[in-house]
Design a protein around this ligand. Sequence first.
Ligand code: COA
Length: 283
Amino acid sequence: MENTLPAVNGLPELRPMYMSDLPTVVKIIDYYDDDDAEAAEADFHNNGMEDHFVLELDGKVIGVTGYRTVPATDRTCWLSWTYLANTHRGKGLGKFMTQELIEKVKHIQGRKIFVKVSDYDDPKEGKIYAAALAMYQSLEFIEEVRSVDFYDEGEDQMILGLNLSDDASFADDEQKVAEEKPIIRFNGMHEIAETEGAYTFRWEVRNKKKLFGKRNFTVEDLQIGLKAVKNDGGRKIFLTFPSNLPLIHTPLQAAGFKYVGQLTDYYEKGVHEFHFSHDLRNI
Ligand SMILES: CC(C)(COP(=O)(O)OP(=O)(O)OC[C@H]1O[C@@H](n2cnc3c(N)ncnc32)[C@H](O)[C@@H]1OP(=O)(O)O)[C@@H](O)C(=O)NCCC(=O)NCCS
């Protein structure tokens, strides 16, 4: 897609973000959501600002964007904090900034990029992420998974994906990916950041089978987890697994988990990320 110049005087420039930009960036985000500003600040402190950029216009920082690569995947990335100062919105600057970022991801041979968007409907301001959604769609991102009531009751999460390499889209049956049957065990649960009452289970793969060793998780293991989350005040549980693990489906289904959708080619070509959810209000 051709990058169109925004309708502004001066030449906007995307440059790497430095620690000295942090206060301005936090202020830009804080205009929209103080929780997001706090979370972004903590993220920059904890995970650094590598692969993050600020948009400058006339020597002033007016926007931020960036990406983070996903370890253990084949060149998959997530779009990171992407915000434009309110006074500069609606002139094509957000799209320009995000297009420039996508070019940077292509430059490092990124294969696919995903972004999470909320459909929050503010009682006063309406759908505050409508501009973001419209921008991603105009950049040809496509909705792949919608998790109903993810952030809170009545607030869904949409995950949109964009293929960056020419060979990223192909028919499933063209790709033969070996199924794997490792031992998967749950090893904890937690409320998902930025949500009210949405939980997930942490899990690990144990490849070595001992004679009296651990078995794969069962429906009983899941039921214990469901109860623990419910007792903790949780509303819903969201789980994700790679698509090439056939042993997970029977216990998940038996415990009442529903398949929500997949992030296509998330791990590598032909290995998707399957999303499941369980509504605890039904038990
Ligand atoms: C999202 C954001 C970066 C977009 O930047 P922007 O400069 O306002 O948007 P642009 O002018 O570049 O417009 C990009 C596209 O979105 C469309 N768009 C912009 N605002 C819109 C709105 N309020 N409603 C519907 N469509 C809108 C434009 O028409 C344009 O589409 P086109 O390319 O098909 O013409 C900016 O609005 C912002 O910072 N929003 C608040 C923070 C936010 O939601 N961040 C994302 C969190 S996931």
